[in-house]
Ligand binder design. Structure first.
Ligand SMILES: [Zn+2]
Length: 65
């Protein structure tokens, strides 16, 4: 399977496969991220990209303060 964001081929243990799990793990700022919103039910996203989005969300939040 390939990561939805970076397009790299990843193994099962290297990806998040479930939007509900992502939703349960991360806050609403994260879930409202453009990339996360565009995830389809069948999309997978790798840990590296999750970290990148985490940083991005954090930065955006700080900019709004
Ligand atoms: Zn990725």
């Amino acid at each position: 399977m390939n990561c939805f964001v970076c397009g790299k081929k990843k193994e099962d243990y290297e990806v998040w496969t479930n939007k509900i799990v992502i939703g349960a793990t991360y806050n609403s700022d994260f879930q409202n991220n453009e990339i996360i919103c565009n995830l389809l039910d069948k999309s997978v996203i790798c840990h590296v990209c999750i970290k990148v989005i985490e940083k991005q969300v954090e930065k955006e939040r700080n900019n709004h303060v």
